[in-house]
Design a protein around this ligand. Structure first.
Ligand SMILES: [Zn+2]
Length: 477
């Protein structure tokens, strides 16, 4: 693993997120500098099994660690890296990411310690204290500003996806690498979409979540979502939307709150209540209310015109836990976690899934091995979380309408063409969609084959090196 490559070669390898979605963590080495990109966990596993392959690398050699956004598959092993390993580098993220990181991971600690099979502390990767200690050492970076640390320069750009998400362009000795993290290009109700950096990149590390699949136009998906929910509650059904506590949930709430106001006679005034169930709800909504200035023109205009914060919803109430929930009649419940692994959304799933008139509507990306992914197979029964021997009949309707805010094939290809990097490294995708994306990219760039502009595409597995030579073409600054 530790072979040293030539002094003009750039080495990339993934400790996680290589041919999989989950535990994103990538290493870049060039000219004696080492950078780590993201530090996530894998949502389908627990405890140490959920970590990237940290044992395969000497973490003490890392100069800089950049976190693209607050999602658990990109950030949840950071407290472990900072407090439980020999890592001593500097860590950077945007302001909103850091603000949300703190509350989100506290919830993560709580949920994983409850959900662990042993039920004890043994499986816990870190504690609240580790989290608080790590928090003080994390540095923040503004969008469009460049930080220089001993010859490693990096700049944060808007990535869309979720509040605070960033793409990083890294420059060492004149060689530029762009890391997209998770990104979206579609116009959203509240976020700026991903932007193309003004300077070109030699290497592009890009997500491949949706492979070569195509999203339906956004207006159609919004209409489908509201109609499906409306027809379910009209016949007395309950709707469960498993969501990641923060990020895409707020986008869904903007859609539903507006629709409920437009159909106030039938739905409003508490006739069909909408709940946002998360013990983080209030705290995290205040982060959204604070960072409206970092969102797109649309939502800022609404904020200015109405003088009321668009994240103060008229038709949505907060639920801290299930005990305070009076489950009478139809309702709509947004509850975390998004993949129904444990916690509140799982409890409600088990309560509502035996009834045929109820609906479970999946709007996020479901990782292999999670309950959300399993549900899409429409199983007759599901295992109970509290009693592994018990099964629960599943008669409710299951639907999926994606609001995951990842690029689809066309959007990804357009962006990749705009970046026009000669080297493309695919990450963050299951093997099949990633392999299909690679083939599609190679055939898209086939005319350049054998020319100076030839495009190389890599889809490395975890812990497999990609070595790129930059012989004397760059002038060190
Ligand atoms: Zn994400």
């Amino acid at each position: 693993m530790m072979e040293t490559s030539g002094k003009n070669s750039l080495r990339f390898f993934a400790l996680g997120g290589g041919n999989e979605v989950g535990r994103s963590c990538h290493i870049l080495q060039f000219k004696g500098k080492t950078i780590m990109l993201d530090a996530g966990v894998h949502p389908a596993y627990q405890g140490y099994a959920s970590l990237p392959f940290y044992d395969e690398f000497d973490l003490s050699t890392i100069d800089v660690l950049l976190i693209s956004h607050f999602h658990v598959d990109h950030a949840a092993s950071l407290p472990y890296v900072m407090q439980k390993t020999n890592f001593q580098g500097r860590v950077f993220m945007t302001h909103p990411t850091k603000a949300i990181y703190r509350w989100l991971l506290r919830d993560f600690v709580r949920v994983t310690s409850i959900g662990s099979s042993s039920g004890g502390q043994d499986d816990n990767l870190y504690t609240d204290e580790d989290l608080a200690d790590s928090f003080d050492k994390i540095e923040t970076i503004d969008y469009h500003s460049t930080v220089d640390i001993n010859g490693i320069k990096f700049t944060a750009f808007h990535a869309g996806h979720v509040l605070g998400a960033a793409m990083f362009q890294i420059e060492i000795a004149g060689v530029r690498v762009l890391f997209t993290g998770d990104y979206s290009r579609e116009l959203d109700r509240h976020l700026n979409s991903a932007e193309v950096p003004p300077l070109p990149s030699d290497v592009l590390i890009v997500e491949s979540t949706f492979g070569t699949a195509t999203h339906e136009p956004r207006a159609n998906r919004e209409r489908k979502l509201t109609q499906l929910i409306h027809s379910t509650v009209s016949r007395g059904g309950r709707v469960l939307l498993p969501v990641f506590a923060l990020g895409r949930a707020q986008e869904i709430m903007l859609i539903l709150d507006e629709y409920w106001s437009q159909h106030a006679e039938e739905l409003g005034g508490g006739q069909v209540p909408i709940y946002y169930a998360s013990n983080l709800a209030k705290r995290c909504m205040s982060v959204f209310q604070t960072y409206v200035n970092m969102m797109n023109d649309d939502i800022r205009k609404k904020f200015r015109d109405s003088q009321t914060n668009p994240f103060i919803f008229k038709n949505i109430s907060y639920l801290k836990n299930i005990d305070e929930f009076q489950d009478f009649g139809p309702s709509v419940m947004l509850a975390s976690p998004g993949m129904l692994q444990s916690g509140l959304s799982r409890d409600i799933l088990e309560r509502w899934c035996p009834e045929a008139k109820n609906l479970v509507l999946i709007t996020g990306y479901s990782v292999e091995g999670t309950m959300a992914k399993f549900l899409m197979l429409e199983p007759d029964t599901i295992p109970s979380i509290s009693n592994a021997e018990a099964t629960i009949p599943r008669r409710c309707q299951i639907e999926e309408i994606s609001f995951a805010a990842h690029v689809d094939f066309q959007e990804n290809l357009e962006f990749i063409e705009k970046i026009s990097a000669p080297n493309i490294i695919l990450v963050h995708g299951e093997s099949n969609p990633m392999g299909r994306l690679k083939s599609a990219l190679l055939s898209n760039f086939a005319s350049l084959k054998g020319t100076e502009g030839e495009v190389h595409v890599f889809n490395p597995r975890n812990c497999i090196d990609v070595i790129l030579e930059f012989k004397g073409v760059k002038i060190a600054k």
